[in-house]
Design a protein around this ligand. Structure first.
Ligand SMILES: NC(=O)c1ccc[n+]([C@@H]2O[C@H](COP(=O)([O-])OP(=O)(O)OC[C@H]3O[C@@H](n4cnc5c(N)ncnc54)[C@H](OP(=O)(O)O)[C@@H]3O)[C@@H](O)[C@H]2O)c1
Length: 280
């Protein structure tokens, strides 16, 4: 077992979240996800990001148990799917996720998408507050929320979300949402941090920095997320890349390096726009 310890950030309720985790979107239930999570835990990852819609919560839970690590050393995130934006439905959906994970409690439960056209995320949020108050989850948060969605949520909320998980990479840096979250003490978690292995990995700024630092393009991008104060959850189902994506703590990007990456912003969103995304 690796002794590498991953830095953590403190959420607004005092809970610590590891700054680097494994995302398991598009990782098949069963042997594939179990292999990926086991490989990650072996390397030193302590945060696993799944969701009900990924269909792989059973395998995530099995790999966590098989690791032999104390449950409290591992941070498990899962998400409420869009079909359940109602109080009772959200509580039932949570119970199903927890039964599949079979891990006692969930560390972080997120509303996956706001679905503003339905206008029911505030009702779903009440259910998440109930889960938090009854200690079935250690923290609650949201995903894909723009500032105006957060504003609406906060108007009726007892509990401020701890996290907003959003698409974020060098070509889509989400400055406005990050500023809003910073103001409200909400940690931002970057999803699709490698742009789903898209053009950011081949961008000359990244390729050049990778050469200068003797690291890979993915490592440079992930290090930029870490130094930007974000939580980052790269997905890989390949044990070598899982290891590569965690080897981020033996080099540092300079202020100039960070600024060069900031100059890559292009407003390129690869996922759906949360104002119009309505999938169920
Ligand atoms: N909340 C949301 O709505 C939402 C949406 C999307 C994603 N997420 C979360 O964020 C996680 C990460 O996002 P993502 O899966 O969309 O994209 P990503 O992590 O940016 O990219 C994943 C892709 O990059 C490849 N890859 C991984 N490491 C690499 C490396 N070192 N070099 C080259 N290619 C590499 C992977 O292939 P291999 O597997 O073959 O390595 C995969 O094709 C997801 O797994 C999920 O947990 C959340």
């Amino acid at each position: 077992m690796s002794s590498t310890s991953v830095p953590t950030l403190t959420l607004n309720n005092g809970v610590q979240i590891p700054q680097v985790g494994l995302g398991v979107y598009q990782t098949r239930e069963g042997a594939e996800v179990e292999r990926a999570v086991s490989a990650a835990l072996e390397v030193g990852y302590r945060l696993i990001d799944t969701a009900a819609i990924y269909g792989n919560e059973v395998g995530v839970g099995k790999a966590v148990k098989a690791s032999g690590l104390p449950r409290e050393d591992i941070f498990i995130t899962t998400k409420l799917w869009n079909a359940h934006h109602a109080y009772d439905a959200a509580l039932r959906a949570f119970d199903e996720s927890l039964a599949k994970l079979d891990c006692g409690y969930v560390d972080l439960y997120l509303i996956h998408w706001p679905l503003p056209m339905e206008g029911r995320f505030t009702e779903a949020w009440k259910a998440l507050e109930e889960l938090y108050n009854s200690k079935r989850v250690r923290a609650i948060g949201v995903s894909n929320f723009k500032p105006h969605h957060l504003e609406e949520l906060l108007r009726g909320a007892e509990t401020v979300p701890t996290v907003n998980q959003i698409e974020l990479h060098p070509m889509f840096q989400q400055k406005e949402t990050r500023a809003y979250c910073a103001e409200h003490n909400i940690v931002v978690e970057s999803y699709s941090p490698l742009m789903q292995a898209g053009e950011a990995l081949e961008h000359p700024v990244i390729v050049d920095l990778a050469r200068q630092h003797g690291k890979t393009p993915a490592q440079v991008i992930l290090r930029w997320h870490v130094q930007s104060g974000l939580v980052v959850i790269p997905k890989s189902a390949n044990p070598e890349r899982i290891r590569e994506n965690f080897a981020l703590f033996d080099f540092e990007l300079s202020t100039d390096d960070m600024q060069a990456i900031e100059g890559m912003e292009r407003g390129v969103r690869i996922s759906a726009d949360p104002d119009t995304a309505a999938f169920k």
